[in-house]
Write a protein that binds this ligand. Structure first.
Ligand code: ADP
Ligand code: MG
Length: 455
């Protein structure tokens, strides 16, 4: 397969994760990539009819997928293999001046969420080294002996090091070994939202919710640190946890830090989380990074000689997600230029990945999306007027990060939050004072700052 075929193959795989095989086969079965040129991709559909369906229904989805794979935005255009090519190129002239109207995103087929996604996250393609060996072995043991050895299993470590990968590996393996198991994967953000919805329904108050969570054989909760400070969520989670635990059901949790470092976590939950096995994942050393690079190049269908491989594994040191991002960018670059991937190309294309001092790259939008992802509140809530204690807490952190890393004036920052500069000073000072008094909080903010400036 050449790189274009590879890329298309990956897109089709992604489509199959979100739509049924039949749908994907029907519209994309014999489509190919016609060209990838700078920032636009042309897909060649089998005929005019399929072309029009792809254009009407799938453009935003395709653009998102290409961006995920390539690491940058591209415009997706569609051609048809049977159309009259002259007419088509004429059409294209017009298209550049007046792009076709995009379909309403709300009318799109909603991607199916849930544990069927990510079948590619398996134990087979999880590369093991000293920094993640305990976590991998524990995850594997849980598959073999659910609820017998380590309950709960608590996996923790910084972002991008394979926690979610291990959760899906567990699910994929358990499906094979215990096909009748009722497995539930949820992020703590989803758990929170579902609980809020359930509480909003007065009648039958959260019965369906309880039923859903208490009838499982295995519960996997990803990024449990998001429930920090949310006490009603913690209350419900505590009962869910106990119910499952007492029924001898396996519980697996991940977090970006150990339970004792999650601020505003009820102590009874902390005790529960610590009562099974806690296994941490540390950033990979050079050896493991090289091994991961090797495996990912194979998966992505690219060739790298040893010089480039060594260069990359010495310079991309942060996390595994970055390794994948770097390889995808290189693959795209090589596809566009038609040149093989060399050390010089890597140095040029991956400049951003190598910068360690990222202070000037932090924008206010980045702070918002980062804090929102981290704490599970929407950007609107963070910038908005709500004054519940957990939102205020997160808002103060966001303001603090803006003052430290965006280089904007207090006034400009205040404007982004619809407040004046004295509120920003207040928030910043609150955070600084609290960091001095509360070491867990201090650690949290330091880690947050580090991630914000290096990701
Ligand atoms: P986390 O949940 O810890 O933030 P993910 O599980 O999402 O991290 O991992 C980020 C990416 O890195 C995923 O695509 C995953 O497949 C990959 N990855 C992480 N660790 C490994 C590993 N040891 N071997 C192979 N791939 C890995
Ligand atoms: Mg994750």
């Amino acid at each position: 397969m050449n790189i274009g075929e590879n890329l298309w193959h990956d897109i089709v795989e992604k489509l199959k994760e979100e739509f049924s095989e039949t749908t994907v086969g029907l519209w994309f079965g014999s489509a190919t990539i016609g060209s990838l040129d700078g920032d636009s991709v042309t897909i060649v559909a089998e005929d005019d009819f399929k072309k029009s369906i792809i254009e009407k229904k799938y453009l935003p989805v395709l653009e998102r997928m290409f961006e995920e794979l390539l690491g940058f935005k591209v415009e997706v255009r569609v051609d048809s293999a049977t159309g009259d090519s002259d007419a088509r190129s004429e059409e294209r002239l017009f298209v550049t001046s007046a792009p076709p109207a995009r379909p309403d995103p709300a009318a799109q087929e909603k991607p199916a969420a849930g544990p069927n996604l990510r079948s590619e996250y398996t134990f087979d393609n999880f590369v093991v080294g000293s920094s993640n060996q305990l976590a991998q072995a524990a995850a594997y043991a849980v598959v073999q002996h659910p609820a017998e050895l380590y309950n709960p299993l608590f996996l923790f470590g910084p972002s991008g090091l394979g926690k979610t990968h291990l959760l899906f590996a567990i699910m994929n393996e358990v499906r094979k070994l215990h096909p009748n198991f009722n497995i539930l994967y949820v992020t703590s953000e989803e758990f929170t939202n579902e609980l809020i919805d359930a509480l909003a329904l007065r009648q039958n108050r959260n019965l369906a919710f309880k039923e859903k969570y208490r009838n499982v054989d295995m519960l996997l909760v990803d990024d449990v640190h998001f429930i920090a400070g949310k006490y009603s969520v913690q209350e419900e989670f505590f009962h869910t946890f106990n119910a499952l635990y007492n029924e001898k059901k396996q519980i697996i949790l991940t977090s970006d830090r150990p339970p004792r470092d999650i601020s505003y976590l009820e102590s009874r939950l902390q005790t529960r989380f610590e009562s099974g096995l806690m296994a941490d994942i540390q950033p990979p050393d050079t050896e493991l990074r090289a091994a991961i690079f090797k495996m990912k190049t194979q998966l992505l269908g690219i060739r790298l000689d040893n010089e480039v491989l060594t260069y990359l594994s010495e310079n991309i040191t942060n996390n595994v997600r970055q390794i994948e991002g770097a390889l995808k960018r290189l693959r795209a670059q090589s596809f566009i230029t038609g040149e093989p991937i060399s050390k010089a190309m890597a140095a040029d294309v991956l400049k951003d990945f190598f910068t360690t001092d990222g202070a000037e790259r932090v924008t206010i939008e980045k702070v918002f999306s980062f804090v929102s992802r981290r704490y599970g509140f929407s950007t609107e809530d963070i910038r908005g007027k709500k004054r519940t204690s957990d939102i205020v807490y997160v808002r103060h952190i966001a303001m603090y990060l803006c003052t430290e890393y965006t280089g904007l004036s207090l006034k400009a920052i205040g404007r982004q939050f619809g407040r004046d500069h004295s509120t920003v000073i207040n928030a910043r000072d609150n955070v600084i004072n609290r960091m001095k008094k509360d070491s867990a909080f201090d650690k949290e903010i330091r880690e947050l700052s580090k991630e914000l400036t290096t990701l």
